[in-house]
Unconditional design. Structure first.
Length: 229
């Protein structure tokens, strides 16, 4: 009885347009909009089958999202007038909804920090507050080179192994790991768009809930260079 009354925080990893799996996951966690807080870790769009519809679902849910590297990429491309193929493809998919989408993601934060947790898409630079960390690092880091120039060299150390604070960091982005659970960091990108799983974290219990992808929507690519270590 107590559990069913208590307020929960539900955090969902990289959806990448996998709308059917998102709906299944929300049902599986029994998401209650009137009681629970719902967060996304960015990369809601691209690669999967339903970018526009997934974005619209996110809006319907009145959730909060941080920027993933995919949304960040769109915002930086738009500064060059959005002429990249990347932007053109998404503009075609969104149609008249594209400008609203852009105006919205411009407001998304690069990270969210409260007393309980930090949400960030990629990760953190060792010993550095996210407030003063380069957006590229926050959205795209996997491993640390000592400077923040090369963010995913497989021989370098995963950033979370260098993170020593006690506050929980919840991150996405590194699908090849298919989830990370450590004392002070939890990785929620479990590669749904690559045919693996979509995962939610429920706080404060730290319960992980996953649903299986219905299919492989996107070939395994460079994200898979960094295999499980
Ligand atoms: Mn990503």
């Amino acid at each position: 009885m107590k559990d069913s009354q208590s307020k929960r925080t539900v955090i969902i990893g990289d959806v990448h347009g996998c709308l059917e799996e998102l709906d299944l996951l929300l049902a599986k966690v029994n998401y209650r909009p009137e009681k629970d807080s719902l967060y996304f870790l960015g990369d809601i769009i691209n690669r999967g089958p339903y970018s526009k519809e997934t974005y619209h679902r996110y809006k319907e849910l009145q959730a909060v999202s941080i920027l993933g590297n995919h949304e960040w990429h769109i915002l930086t491309d738009m500064k060059n007038h959005g002429i990249s193929k990347y932007c053109q493809r998404l503009r075609a998919e969104f149609g008249v909804a594209f400008d609203d989408f852009l105006n919205d993601i411009e407001q998304w934060p690069l990270f969210i920090e409260n007393d309980e947790f930090i949400l960030v898409h990629g990760g953190l630079a060792p010993g550095k507050s996210p407030k003063v960390t380069d957006p590229k690092i926050l959205t795209a880091i996997r491993t640390w080179d000592g400077k923040g120039d090369i963010l995913d060299h497989p021989k370098n150390t995963p950033w979370f192994e260098l993170y020593t604070d006690s506050k929980l960091v919840v991150f996405g982005h590194w699908a090849a790991l298919e989830g990370v659970v450590r004392q002070n960091s939890i990785g929620l990108d479990t590669g749904c768009v690559y045919g693996k799983k979509l995962t939610a974290l429920i706080l404060p219990e730290r319960t992980l809930v996953s649903v299986q992808a219905k299919k492989t929507y996107h070939p395994i690519n460079s994200d898979w260079v960094l295999k499980k270590r």
